[in-house]
Design a binder for this molecule. Structure first.
Ligand code: ZN
Length: 621
């Protein structure tokens, strides 16, 4: 992505040159087209764009953006649609529910229009007629994947408010923005038109909605890394450690680049939105939006979490935005886009977000080893990992991962968490197979070149498995069968040993008591909010929503604290309030079901194992 104001391009010639650099693919062709378009623009402003949007914010405190869209009807009926989801966030969010006031005009006079589905409008217009569509969209969800407007800012995600015409999607789209009174800044990676910072364009609809727009008043700064400018737009926060951010983020950018050996963008934009809650990040082709807490820079631990988020979203500019499953681009904005590969797109990205911090020394070696061992524990300790494969978890992201409830841990696996650990497994296996020469970095680079640069499309299920097999041999088939499509527990010790590490499960030495109920606080009550299937609590008949009254005849203020003082095998009697009645239940405490790993270096490690360790952990053995 790309930032705001300061890339003022004064002449049309300069604009053309700037645009050539926007994409390094086929620069000459794009350059000539742009030059031609720039000359045309001299004569008539909107002339070249198939879709011309005008955005107004007359009363931003009401959360509304008013849109006027001008287009020429490609046939006797216009088909206008609004997406129902935002790429990168796999949930049907039904954006049209926030749209109202849809009116179609020809020569200033209203013409008939009607809805044909939840996200589509038909307009009667003669082919070739110029039509204006007016509507407004209510934006009151401040997240990286939705839009939000108040008197201080507009944080706009294109899929939530920009209509498309399926037959015109591949053509040029233009935006004119009339900022609300007092808004001075804009941050977006959409290029300017004619040196006007409030006029922007995109080559097609996909690019248009892949570039979020931030409006308001905020500081920003730019630095160079991998030979291109990177800008941070710091929304909602005037105090931040700019010098440290330049240095640390610069290191992350260089380390990510080193994996792929290719910088496909001419510039990149981080929109950093500060608030009281945080909110994660969303990747785009040449930008990202990050939501973090206002105090994120105050403590070492939260700052490192922020750097991990930066690494994650930046790594996505290759992994998922360019090296991607076929289902993830071009997108169908009308419905779910199914893929079995989020364990690569999200999981491997999660593997790298920590590994890149280790490689750049932004995370100490011991902390990175702890990241690995706690990751192993979490995968092996999660009940749902016995039930759902990561391939199915990817496919069902729309209805399970993004629609979690109190039973989710029993029936689903996180393609982030298990995918990250599979990243380590494949990395170790590849390095072991190639005697330290060809690890996951090499495979990612190979696939990026093959699909993004070579074929210009995403990979299919069969192609992906063939690529892994080509570089890993028969072990690849076993790993896919057991751990991608299957639910067999992963023998992490085997893969850690390939890098000269010993993985010891200490949970057998000192088993911890466990009963499988988790509690939430509601006012001064403790209420069951989840139960692990097969646990003591599950077997004794505790239910979701039960309110704790007594344990072993006594009121306990903190059930979790009480549990820590108990032993495996202790008897338990519990009294709860259920639908207004007191209920008594009895059982016996079990053992904590997750392993407790200690990861250490094997003093007998061979030279090969030491070499693999250095690549896998990022530190010398
Ligand atoms: Zn991600």
């Amino acid at each position: 992505m790309r930032p705001p104001k300061n890339w003022l391009t004064v002449t049309f010639m300069v604009l053309a040159v700037t645009t050539i650099n926007l994409s390094k693919k086929q620069p000459m062709r794009i350059g000539l087209i742009t030059l031609a378009l720039s000359c045309l623009m001299h004569f008539g402003s909107w002339a070249q764009a198939a879709m011309q949007y005008n955005l107004r914010f007359p009363k931003p405190e009401t959360r509304y953006v008013e849109v006027s869209l001008q287009l020429t009807a490609p046939s006797d009926t216009l088909d206008l649609r609004l997406p129902v989801w935002t790429p990168g966030s796999y949930l049907i969010r039904e954006f049209p529910r926030n749209l109202d006031g849809f009116v179609a005009l020809i020569n200033g006079k209203e013409v008939p229009s009607y809805k044909t589905s939840k996200n589509a409008w038909a307009v009667a217009a003669g082919a070739g007629q110029k039509v204006e569509i007016r509507y407004r969209v209510y934006c009151n969800e401040y997240s990286v994947r939705t839009s939000y407007i108040d008197e201080e800012q507009a944080a706009l995600v294109g899929t939530t408010y920009l209509l498309f015409e399926p037959r015109l999607m591949q053509k040029r789209h233009e935006l004119r923005i009339e900022p609300a009174l007092g808004w001075k800044n804009i941050a977006t990676s959409l290029p300017e038109i004619g040196g006007n910072t409030w006029h922007r364009y995109a080559a097609d609809y996909d690019e248009l909605v892949d570039c979020p727009i931030q409006l308001g008043n905020f500081k920003s700064f730019t630095f160079e890394a991998t030979g291109i400018p990177h800008t941070l737009a710091m929304v909602g926060q005037d105090q931040f450690p700019e010098a440290k951010l330049r240095t640390d983020i610069g290191k992350i950018i260089e380390a990510s680049y080193a994996v792929f050996g290719d910088q496909p963008n001419a510039r990149y934009l981080f929109i950093v939105q500060h608030n009281s809650m945080g909110g994660g990040g969303l990747e785009h082709t040449n930008s990202t939006t990050l939501q973090v807490r206002n105090q994120v820079y105050d403590k070492e631990s939260s700052y490192r979490g922020f750097l991990g988020l930066v690494a994650h979203e930046y790594f996505h500019l290759w992994n998922v935005k360019r090296l991607r499953p076929v289902a993830l681009g071009p997108f169908d904005y009308n419905r779910e886009n199914y893929t079995r590969h989020l364990w690569i797109s999200e999981g491997f990205t999660s593997y790298y977000d920590n590994l890149l911090l280790a490689r750049t020394r932004l995370m100490p070696e011991a902390d990175y080893l702890r990241v690995l061992s706690t990751g192993f524990e979490a995968v092996l300790g999660n009940k749902g990992d016995e039930v759902q494969s990561v391939a199915e978890s990817s496919l069902d992201a729309w209805i399970k991962f993004y629609l979690r409830n109190e039973n989710s841990a029993n029936i689903s696996v996180s393609y982030y968490r298990k995918g990250a650990m599979l990243g380590m497994v494949f990395d170790a296996a590849l390095l072991n197979h190639s005697r330290g020469r060809f690890g996951l970095d090499s495979l990612m680079r190979f696939m990026y070149q093959k699909y993004h640069h070579g074929l210009g499309r995403g990979f299919t299920d069969a192609e992906l498995e063939a690529d892994f097999r080509q570089h890993l041999g028969p072990l690849s088939d076993t790993l896919f069968r057991d751990h991608i499509h299957g639910t067999k527990p992963i023998d992490f010790a085997r893969f850690a040993a390939m890098a000269g590490m010993r993985l010891e499960d200490t949970s057998k030495r000192k088993p911890m008591a466990f009963w499988g109920a988790s509690w939430s606080r509601q006012a001064d009550k403790q209420v069951v909010n989840a139960l692990r299937e097969g646990s003591t609590a599950w077997e004794m008949g505790l239910q979701y929503g039960d309110v704790l009254l007594e344990i072993n005849g006594k009121a306990e203020e903190d059930a979790d604290r009480w549990l820590r003082s108990q032993q495996v095998g202790d008897k338990i009697k519990i009294k709860v309030l259920r639908r207004g009645k007191e209920v008594e239940l009895r059982g016996k405490l079990g053992a904590y079901p997750a392993p407790q790993f200690q990861l250490s270096k094997d003093p007998q490690a061979t030279d090969l194992q030491k070499r693999i360790y250095e690549k896998l952990v990022g530190y010398p053995f």
